[in-house]
Ligand binder design. Structure first.
Ligand code: KG4
Ligand code: ZN
Length: 367
């Protein structure tokens, strides 16, 4: 089954063709990072406008790189939740229109569930016109029960999958997502947007023990909280440069030295990663899953991968970075398993839902 997938929930316009939920035939991602970097974060109206400009060429490129025409495509999948409303509307409208014109079944896909399915892509078409042939993919699909640590710009959660569509949310963040904490801390210490990649590269040269930062203590062992850690960085930077807590955070970057900046990046990253791995390790001990996967933009973090592999007694095969940050390949992978269980949706009936927990999807069957 060849699925053409479309993703436009935030600041990446993406399309991909995926076969049978595991074989990648093409994956095109048009990132808007440069457009938003000048504002220090994603501007929703600007994002929607940029999606409109590029969505058709991106979809055509995905077909072309897969050496396919519409007659080779069996179904269309599109992200309908969660995300920025204007951005979601562009992708879903394109998908609905194409489904009607080409008379294809259409599947609405939940973005956060889909992040997990990046881990199910184990093959890439070597004859593709793009560079997907050089991706370093896992050698086999994860087995159930599967523990998923989902860590993105909008979500931090631990989910136990018994089977496809059959999962339990063990815990989630009570305030900021971990990716959001990377982005906000980067701003405080004067590193460019998006904060995740810039903190992780600055942290390589830094002293991760120079600043003592707290780990949140919560009554539920699987829940997260990152807003206290972010505030602790803010207070520590203010202290370090000799100002009080009323000093505006946007004036701090100019006052800290390069050495302080990289030491803050390393100290913050150490505590954020340790927190995530502590929770994953606890869930691993409690539920003895047969596989562990990480998903979402923060799963691209090398320190997180290193520490998780070091502390968990099983071998983890990580998805390539390109499939951890937003992309359409993960949408196409999940759509295959979704389509085995759920009927397609009438293109005229699809509505976007900017805020929707993954436990509220048509696919989810709580264990
Ligand atoms: O999954 P994603 O691309 O978009 C959302 O669905 O949110 O995740 C984006 C988040 C951003 O907060 C970004 O800073 C973070 O992922 N991120 C990273 C890294 N690369 C991206 N965080 C830590 N280390 C990285 N290498
Ligand atoms: Zn995402």
């Amino acid at each position: 089954m060849n699925i053409l997938a479309i993703e436009s929930s935030c600041d990446e316009t993406a399309a991909a063709v995926v076969q049978d939920g595991k074989r990648l035939l093409s994956s095109v991602v048009n990132s808007q990072i440069d457009i938003h970097a000048v504002y220090g974060g994603v501007v929703p109206e600007v994002a929607a406008r940029s999606h409109i400009e590029v969505i058709n060429p991106v979809i055509n490129q995905a077909l072309d790189e897969a050496n396919m025409t519409w007659s080779d495509i069996d179904a269309i999948a599109v992200t309908y939740a969660p995300g920025l409303i204007g951005s979601l509307l562009v992708g879903t409208l394109a998908a609905r229109t194409l489904a009607v014109i080409h008379n294809k079944p259409l599947y609405p896909i939940h973005h956060v569930e889909a992040h997990v399915y990046a881990n199910f892509i184990t093959e890439a078409d070597q004859s593709s016109k793009s560079s997907i042939g050089s991706l370093s993919l896992p050698t086999r699909q994860p087995e159930f029960p599967m523990l998923a640590l989902i860590v993105s710009g909008g979500h931090s959660q631990l989910v136990l999958f018994k089977n496809h569509g059959d999962y339990e949310l063990l815990g989630q963040t009570q305030d900021d997502a971990v990716g959001e904490a990377f982005d906000k801390v980067a701003k405080i210490i004067g590193l460019p947007y998006p904060g995740g990649p810039s903190i992780s590269s600055a942290a390589k040269q830094g002293d991760s023990h120079r600043y003592a930062l707290p780990k949140a203590k919560l009554s539920d062992p699987y829940n997260f909280s990152f807003s206290g850690l972010k505030t602790a960085v803010l207070r520590a930077v203010q202290r370090e440069v000799g100002v009080d807590f009323t000093f505006p955070s946007h004036e701090l970057p100019a006052r800290i030295s390069d050495q302080q900046r990289i030491d803050f990046a390393a100290s913050f990253q150490r505590v954020a990663v340790e927190t995530l791995v502590d929770k994953a390790e606890r869930a691993y001990r409690d539920f003895s899953p047969r596989s562990v996967v990480i998903a979402g933009g923060v799963a691209a973090n090398q320190e997180l991968r290193r520490e998780l592999s070091e502390r968990l007694p099983l071998s983890i095969e990580y998805a390539p970075m390109q499939l951890c940050t937003d992309n359409a390949a993960m949408i196409g992978a999940l759509a295959y398993y979704y389509a085995q269980q759920v009927a397609p949706t009438d293109p005229l009936d699809i509505e976007v839902i900017p805020s929707l927990s993954m436990t509220k999807t048509a696919w989810h069957n709580d264990v």
